[in-house]
Design a protein around this ligand. Structure first.
Ligand code: PRT
Ligand code: ZN
Length: 298
């Protein structure tokens, strides 16, 4: 293996796989192998992707097998707490927050069971795959309860009589609903993150980490961004600038033959909705055009 190629660990098959590969693709990375293989080789960047189970990603960075990892904050923090409990320091640094993989680790009780905060948790059996995060939550609130650590299918534990409540990941809540459970408290909010080894890397590698992070920032920014063009009377400029969502310094161009009018071009860092266009039109704008932004580099 080439020591000067970056190694990035990505989930092999799961909720983070597609958005991770989509993001890397938008960063310009071309991988020469499909995701069913253990490794993808970057054809146009000195970066290779290792496809693994998400639970192994913090370890791979911790043990310097990979320089970078892309994983859920929930998995990362659970690992950090586990390492601490065993007297080890975490050797990974979180360097980016990503805009996918959003979910929350929540407590849920069977439907019909009343919940009144700490008193309803005390002394109960709580099934989870995140014992360290749950333990931290309980300790911080000075609640003692029995943590039942499972490796999966947490949502059926109450029905099987193995637990009184659960602590599990939730995004839409439909899994809880299907299992007649009610979400009562959030233990932690989560999303995907990028981690790196705290070790100094050779300058060639470091430079590519920087370049990749800059591209990721650009990719995340353009997701919601739009390029908007319109004509407007000069007198309406202040109002129109106020209406343009999340745009800092629009370009204002004179219109040949129309001394009272200008063309305005602006990058809006938020989505431009029909309502905004209608308000702009009301303020005097015409010839409105909204385009998607493909790449952006600050
Ligand atoms: O095989 P491997 O170990 O790699 O995968 P995994 O099964 O452990 O993880 P996976 O693919 O389920 O999730 C990977 C990461 O995605 C998690 O660690 C979270 O960071 C993030 N994530 C985001 C989620 C969810 N949303 C989510 N909804 N992880 C799990 N879920 C579960 C949830 O617990 C429920 O069982 O998905 C189900 C559907 O959720 P609802 O609320 O939409 O019904
Ligand atoms: Zn997993």
């Amino acid at each position: 293996m080439d020591e000067l190629r970056l190694k990035l660990a990505v989930q092999k098959s799961g909720r983070l796989t597609d958005p991770s590969l989509d993001m890397l693709g938008r960063c310009g990375l071309k991988l020469s192998r499909g995701k069913d293989q253990l490794m993808g080789f970057g054809e146009n960047m000195p970066l290779d992707v290792l496809f693994v189970r998400d639970d192994d990603i913090p370890d791979l960075v911790q043990e310097d097998v990979c320089d970078l990892g892309l994983v859920g904050l929930n998995v990362l923090e659970e690992k950090r707490l586990e390492l601490r409990e065993r007297g080890h320091a975490a050797r990974f640094q979180q360097i980016r927050t990503l805009d996918f993989g959003r979910c929350r680790l929540s407590l849920a009780v069977p439907e019909g069971v009343t919940f009144e905060g700490a008193s309803s948790i005390r002394g109960k059996r709580i099934a989870t795959t995140y014992p360290y995060l749950l333990q931290k939550y309980l300790r911080e609130r000075d609640i003692s309860a029995d943590i039942v650590t499972l490796s999966g299918a947490v949502e059926i534990a109450p029905r099987l009589g193995r637990a009184d409540m659960i602590c599990d990941l939730v995004s839409t809540g439909s899994t809880l609903q299907a299992n007649h459970l009610r979400e009562v408290e959030t233990v932690m909010e989560s999303h995907a993150v990028i981690i790196r080894t705290p070790l100094a890397l050779p300058p060639e590698k470091d430079e590519w980490v920087e370049r990749l992070m800059m591209r990721i920032d650009g990719v995340q920014q353009v997701k919601e961004s739009k390029y908007i063009m319109l004509h407007a009377p000069r007198s309406a400029l202040p109002e129109i600038r106020r209406l343009l969502p999340g745009s800092e310094s629009p370009t204002i161009i004179p219109l040949e033959g129309f001394p009272d009018k200008v063309a305005i071009h602006a990058v809006c860092r938020e989505n431009v909705f029909w309502e905004t266009l209608e308000s702009l039109k009301k303020a005097g704008a015409s010839a409105l055009l909204v385009l998607p932004v493909e790449k952006m580099l600050a």
